[in-house]
Design a protein around this ligand. Sequence first.
Ligand SMILES: [Zn+2]
Length: 113
Amino acid sequence: MHELSIVQNIVETTDAFAREHGVEKVSYVALKIGAATGIEERYVRMYFPDVAEGTALEGAEVRIEEVPEEAFCLDCGNVFNPRKSSDKCPECGCSVYDLLHGNELMIREIGYN
Ligand SMILES: [Zn+2]
């Protein structure tokens, strides 16, 4: 995955928001990351300090909430975690489903004083 560009995007968005609102220092940024995005938390944390340098996010804490995958079986309507059941509905064995959760990537909250 392209964690670096994702982190750059998050920092740019948050920094722009902070400037617009006259915030000089962001204390934390809370993210929601879906399990199906393939984004690895450790890389987000690894890139963040460098990318945030010189912005309102410098020294800010990164809080990450992982959203588990949740699928809706189009055959029987069962809701299940496709990762835990080899991409098949555990009720009917069907592998045609809609992903309800797991593709999230969003800034949930920004903290500042
Ligand atoms: Zn099913």
